[in-house]
Ligand binder design. Structure first.
Ligand code: SAM
Length: 471
């Protein structure tokens, strides 16, 4: 029996797409250091830009004869695509175009209600009333998010639990809870921030000439001959600008005391500068002892790591100043803070060992499949440095206790916890966590901005249709 199937209707993306201008908007979306909120919430790779995602969704739903200029406005273009490309070309020559593109980045722009109605009508004519956009491998969720913003039923599938969490926080909660979630995030985030800031203050001193940008640590192992801990540093550079002066940490060893610290030096031929950067004390898996100058074999380093004898030493602190980064050796306050963190680690060590430990079977599998040596991370205590670990434990505990005390988790159906936790894990991953108050700012910014931007009508999000689609 023969089966006849109707040819699928021809859609816009098969005939035409302002690809070059979409490319320009994708660059704008990514290049300003002000990523859209969904990107700031948590790191997820291969996440598509919002403008490209919206273009793909819309152009796959609209008929091939849909008016081009309406489509471009719906993408958030503030001028015709040809002009956008010309402006970009001009900018690429180095010319400073007065007023730039002349409109905000596309993903932020509201659309005209009559344009949206035209698009909805045209899509429904082609596909019927119950349009659903499905992304079977949705990752960080750009496509489902844009489909939902456009007011279509949006279905996302994903097998990675981290991406699923990101998806839920990005595509589900903002549309389900809307502005009230942003308000709650702001309110409770502030209360939480104050409590945490007080508790973590002893780990992160702020009594310097600027805010701490980074703490710079070295892994250390006992020197095989002297048993004094010696740093394994592949590169002593602290700053290597494309132009300007390189800055390094120069190790100063007190052999009789078995200690070392660094001097901050500039590199150059002028008086007072160091001619060459100091030689690395770690390269190709092998170390060089600062105390004897002799080589430390890689097997020895691995064995020490696996035996839990590898440590870390803070050797420089980067401070943000109006003139740029300034580097200092750690002072009394920094070292005292490390001691405080280590002490706190001892008291929460059990939690680190019990609840944050890798199973032996995982370690075995890692050894067998990675082809790399296992360097001794067995549990929370060995994965993080003391201050981060103590802060992590404190944050987790206070997070639950705080929620219980104010009964906020129940009221907000767990959604706030998603934002807070995602944000602070992001801070951990990107290394900004717990430096100064970085994490707290991130928690608040990410949690509030994502909820605020997407479902709010001034930016053109079709909040009601989304709610109806989700119902
Ligand atoms: C390139 S990313 C997705 C990008 C996303 N579609 C977007 O537009 O931003 C691919 C995603 O597919 C997921 N994935 C791969 N194979 C899968 C499978 N069999 N089932 C579900 N998800 C899968 C991966 O975990 C990853 O997050």
């Amino acid at each position: 029996m023969s089966k006849t199937t109707a040819a699928p209707p021809r859609v816009l993306i098969e005939d035409w797409l302002p690809a070059a201008a979409i490319g320009v908007e994708c660059i704008r979306e990514r290049s300003t250091g002000q990523q859209p909120p969904d990107k700031r919430l948590h790191v997820w790779w291969a996440r598509r830009p919002l403008t490209a995602s919206r273009a793909a969704v819309l152009a796959s739903l609209l008929p091939a004869d849909f008016p081009h200029e309406t489509f471009e406005r719906l993408l958030g273009f503030g001028r015709p695509s040809a002009e956008i490309v010309s402006v970009r070309r001009l900018m690429d020559t180095g010319y400073k175009v007065p007023g730039g593109f002349g409109y905000d980045r596309a993903f932020k722009n509201p659309w005209r209600e009559d344009d949206m109605q035209l698009a909805q009508k045209a899509a429904k004519k082609l596909w019927g009333d119950n349009i659903a956009v499905i992304d079977p491998m949705a990752g960080g969720g750009s496509i489902p998010l844009e489909a939902a913003r456009l007011g279509f039923r949006s279905l996302a599938n994903e097998y990675n639990p981290v991406a699923c969490t990101v998806l839920e926080a990005t595509v589900d909660y903002p549309f389900r809870f809307g502005e009230k979630l942003a308000r709650a995030a702001r309110k409770w985030g502030k209360v939480w921030e104050e409590r945490i800031a007080k508790r973590l203050a002893s780990f992160y001193p702020v009594n310097r000439s600027g805010s701490v940008h980074a703490y710079i640590f070295a892994r250390t192992v006992p020197c095989p001959d002297t048993q004094y801990h010696t740093p394994l540093v592949p590169d002593w550079h602290l700053l290597k600008p494309k132009s300007g002066v390189n800055v390094v940490a120069e190790p100063q060893v007190e052999k009789d005391k078995g200690s070392w610290r660094v001097r901050i030096r500039e590199i150059g031929g002028e008086a007072g500068r160091l001619r060459e950067p100091p030689k690395p004390s770690y390269s190709d898996g092998k170390g060089i002892s600062l105390f004897t100058g002799r080589q430390i074999p890689s097997d020895y380093i691995k064995a020490k790591a696996q035996a839990g004898e590898m440590r870390s030493a803070l050797y420089a602190v980067a401070i943000k100043t109006p003139q740029g980064l300034r580097f200092l050796p750690p002072d009394e306050g920094d070292l005292k803070a490390i001691k405080a963190a280590e002490k706190s680690c001892t008291s929460c060590g059990q939690l680190g060992k019990k609840q944050m430990s890798f199973r032996p079977s995982y370690i075995q599998k890692y050894r067998a499949t990675s082809g790399r040596g296992y360097t001794g991370c067995r549990d929370g205590l060995t994965c993080f440095r003391p201050a981060s670990f103590s802060a992590l434990v404190f944050l987790s505990k206070s997070f639950v206790g705080f929620g219980r005390k104010y009964s906020i988790w129940r009221r907000n159906a767990g959604s706030l916890s998603f934002y807070y936790f995602l944000s602070f894990w992001t801070s951990l991953r990107t290394g900004t966590a717990f430096c100064h108050r970085g994490i707290l700012q991130r928690v608040l910014l990410a949690a509030c901005s994502i909820v605020t931007i997407f479902p709010s009508s001034p930016l053109g999000v079709r909040w009601l249709p989304c709610q109806q689609a989700a119902a």
